[in-house]
Design a protein around this ligand. Sequence first.
Ligand code: SAH
Length: 385
Amino acid sequence: MQLDLDVTGRKVVVLGSAAGARRCVARFVRGGARVTLVATDGPPGTRLDTVRYVAAPAPDDTSALLRLVGPAWIVVFVDPAAPLRDRVVELAGHLRVMTTTEAPAETVGAVTLVGGGPGRAGLLTVEAVAALGAADVVFYDRLAPTDDLAALAPAAELVDVGKTPFHHPVEQRSIEQLLVDRARAGQSVVRLKGGDPFVFGRGGEEMLACLDAGVRVRVVPGVSSAVAVPAACGIPVTHRGLSHAFTVISGHQRPSEAELDGLARLGGTIVVLMGVVNLEQIATGLLRAGMDPDTPAAVVERGYSDSQRSTFSRLGSLADDARRLQVASPAVVVIGAVVSVAPGLADAARVLDDLPAWADALTPDAALTSEDARAPDDVADRSGP
Ligand code: SAH
């Protein structure tokens, strides 16, 4: 069982090796506690300004131990040897001081590439949450779930290396160097990315950079927006009888005519990430390659945020609709029959029947467009029995 306690101003005594206890110490300091580190292995390597450091007394030095335990609100054991731990437990019991135990931090630096999902903290995996909780430093991007990051990574320094389209404040090679340098300094480094790190996320390059530098690296996959963002408005990327394949492409660089031709011939669902800028070229290329202009299409912007917007259209009018409605990144474009499965599409048709002012320029044939900001839960609600 876990209790959530406010540690502000509380005296917390942490008992263990300086390296093993660093994460626990950082977390209590962040929480506003007054921390004394009773270190079993000499002073910490780096100076901790806000932390009082004391060398651990011998287990039989009762008066020294009483001076430490007596004023404490809680004693946290990280990795002390059993005799010292047992003696402190005994004294704390007499003094009615709480004790608890925490796993020590890793002492060998390593990098974990973590997929953060499409932006909502609830779509982080359990393993992603564990990696964040164990991090000394988190390098994160704009599309990762950043709102709750301080709570998810309570011991970590948080560094925004935030990429936005066509703007990378920290160059890719510099990011890789930062990961390597911090891991070499013994830190547990998390590189948090939106979606999955290996789907248009440059995670592969970061993994190779770590391996080249002899740094341990592992990958925690994430929920990719390629599948999850269509789902946010109820579009399944495959659907029995409609589509048994889906292709995910990047629209960051203009796809070649040959690629678009191949896509059109392959059939199935086409999912475009980073597709807003080149949407017109992609749509006209697919039409030139012979795709039916009536093919249903949708653009889902800011999936899983409060301002999520789904625009339903058809391939022939997709680019015009997107321009008129000022569709903006981040957005996922879905082209294919599966779009017609979306519950939102029925809503969009209803909206058109009502002919609100913004729909003046629309005709039902030209576009089925919903401007509702729709929370993903709505979709779940509607898909109930
Ligand atoms: N690795 C990521 C993709 C990175 S490319 C993943 O697996 O999801 C960035 C693109 O992902 C954006 O341009 C957009 O097309 C898409 N994207 C990511 N998060 C999104 C969101 N919450 N809503 C809409 N599109 C999103």
